[in-house]
Design a protein around this ligand. Structure first.
Ligand code: ADP
Ligand code: MG
Length: 202
């Protein structure tokens, strides 16, 4: 088995691909949020990741940890809503966990991502099954220990699995049983983030 490592070019590619996917899927995310929320999730994330991509500029010297930490801070300052602090915390804490290493292995990234996901769970007080982004992020971080492709599959399966759930956190929880039968917008965008990660690795 080769011990591939991933440096700043890979992390820039991940963030750029995420920004492109969010831009392309913004209407769909907003449509999902209009069913069980307030119809702003696509616009929120598009604003945030457009700013993150603009920050990337041409500086190729930042470490993976620094790139993710800066992206997380940018999301916190631009996105607003529930998802801004949550996604911001995810990237900031994942970046912090990567430290200052110029290159990281997939397993190191999996561990760092698990740290970031745990920080999201702590901040939002949610767990798997509450019909939130965690339903995609928790299984994805775990599956990343196996492969990038396994992480992508786990995130997509996790997002789909939110359809029959009743929301217990966030705005969608105000709907009670009426939240059942709709895919969670945040779990859907989380699957875009992890899909972009898997595509950056190809
Ligand atoms: P808002 O709900 O403030 O309008 P967004 O529409 O941008 O924010 O994001 C909604 C998404 O945020 C939800 O679909 C859900 O996945 C996620 N979310 C909301 N509350 C929580 C929470 N407490 N923990 C984890 N994720 C949450
Ligand atoms: Mg919303």
């Amino acid at each position: 088995m080769s011990e591939a490592t991933y440096g700043s070019a890979f992390f820039r590619s991940w963030l750029e691909r995420t920004a492109a996917a969010v831009d392309e899927q913004a209407d769909r995310l907003t449509e999902l949020d209009s069913a069980i929320g307030d119809a702003d999730h696509g616009a929120n994330l598009k604003r945030g990741f457009t700013a993150v991509a603009a920050d990337l500029g041409t500086d190729t010297t930042a470490t993976p940890g620094a790139l993710l930490t800066a992206a997380g801070r940018r999301l916190i300052s631009t996105v607003g809503g529930a998802s801004g602090p949550l996604y911001g915390t995810l990237l900031r804490r994942t970046g912090k966990a990567l430290g200052e290493a110029p290159e990281v292995s997939r397993k190191e990234l999996a561990e760092a991502l698990a740290t970031g996901v745990a920080a999201v769970a702590q901040l939002g007080g949610a767990q798997v099954g509450d019909k939130t982004m965690l339903d995609a992020l928790v299984p994805a971080a775990e599956a990343l220990g196996t492969s990038f492709e396994a992480a992508r599959e786990a995130a997509e399966a996790g997002a789909l699995a939110t359809v029959p759930l009743q929301a217990r956190k966030g705005r969608a929880s105000y709907l009670g049983e009426r939240s059942i039968g709709h895919q969670d917008p945040g779990a859907t965008s989380a699957a875009l983030l992890i899909t972009a990660l898997a595509e950056a690795a190809v």
